[in-house]
Write a protein that binds this ligand. Structure first.
Ligand SMILES: C[S@@+](CC[C@H](N)C(=O)[O-])C[C@H]1O[C@@H](n2cnc3c(N)ncnc32)[C@H](O)[C@@H]1O
Length: 294
């Protein structure tokens, strides 16, 4: 494994913890994720492989095998840590929330994985320590995404690769789609601030009463018109399990801080962070891309 650049400030069970006064962290959001991943703490290999095929379409297994030392920043339950650990020599998985306990459990059988509690702006590793960094669905949940990205990219060696996923600003969607999304912001702002039990119940209700009917409509539309179907709201979930749908409804409606970006904004932030060769996938989830440290 890669050596730590400083000693842990304390321990969370057997996990070294480096969380100590980082300013670029939204504590309500991190606490919400701790609860979320404790609830959604396991995924079948089939569920992981189905979603991984989408996130990793621009970084396939034969390419992953070229990397040695990887870091998974904002690892959550550890599902992508598990996925890449099969291909690379070692993976450092970090998350500032109690999700790191879940990630630790989910990767306990993998000798080449170490889980730590740490935040993106205060990673306890030397600069340029990793030739691969993945950060999937994380940096739209921090107060200053540019600052976080710059800090993360410092840890990538020259020529190393970043796989990044940030929520898109829906600029590639139709007006009705954008309006529907804007309307969903109203329940989101209420539900995200509810106490955990009520929040979980509300998100389950939304998954059942809103997600399932919309997914059903997207399926029907696809059967009638294969071109129109993928443009329907929530069509992304037509091949996803109920577990993934519930988890994503909890993720979307239960998280206090979320930001959204256009491709140009992401590209500019990556350039500012010292990355080049930005390559976006044309497929959902939008936007995920790779970039090379230059
Ligand atoms: C939507 S989850 C994604 C988890 C995982 N990457 C996945 O795709 O399954 C976002 C994760 O980002 C973590 N996170 C939030 N703020 C962070 C920060 N400042 N530094 C690192 N991770 C953070 C949360 O604790 C949460 O586990």
């Amino acid at each position: 494994m890669i050596s730590f650049s400083r000693p842990p400030v304390h321990w969370l069970e057997d996990i070294p913890s480096f969380v100590d006064g980082d300013k670029n962290i939204d504590h309500a959001t991190v606490e919400a994720f701790g609860d979320e991943w404790t609830r959604f703490d396991s995924f079948s290999d089939q569920e992981i492989d189905t979603v991984a095929a989408e996130y990793f379409d621009i970084l396939p297994a034969e390419k992953l095998r070229e990397f040695k030392h990887a870091i998974d920043v904002g690892c959550g339950s550890g599902r992508w840590t598990r996925f890449i650990a099969k291909q690379v020599s070692s993976v450092e998985a970090v998350d500032p929330s109690e999700a790191c306990l879940v990630a630790r459990r989910n990767t306990a059988d993998l000798a080449n994985v170490r889980v730590s509690q740490a935040s993106v702006n205060a990673l306890p590793f030397a600069d340029e320590a990793f030739d691969l960094a993945i950060c999937l669905g994380v940096l739209h949940h921090v107060p200053n995404t540019q600052e976080a990205l710059t800090s993360l990219c410092k840890k990538i060696s020259f020529g190393g690769t970043l796989l990044l996923y940030l929520y898109y600003d829906l600029s590639n969607r139709s007006m009705p789609y954008r309006l529907l999304h804007r309307a969903s912001e109203i329940p989101r702002k209420i539900v995200a601030h509810l106490p955990h039990k009520l929040k979980n119940l509300s998100c389950d209700l939304l998954a059942f009463c809103v997600y399932l009917p919309l997914i059903g409509m997207a399926k029907l539309t696809t059967a009638v018109s294969p071109n129109l179907g993928p443009r329907m709201p929530l069509s992304y979930y037509t091949n996803k399990s109920w577990n993934i749908i519930r988890n994503d409804a909890r993720d979307r409606f239960g998280t206090p801080l979320e930001q959204r970006f256009s491709q140009i904004e992401i590209e500019n932030m990556l350039h500012t962070a010292g990355m080049s060769n930005v390559r976006f996938s044309n497929n959902a989830p939008f936007w995920h891309c790779t970039a090379i440290k230059s």
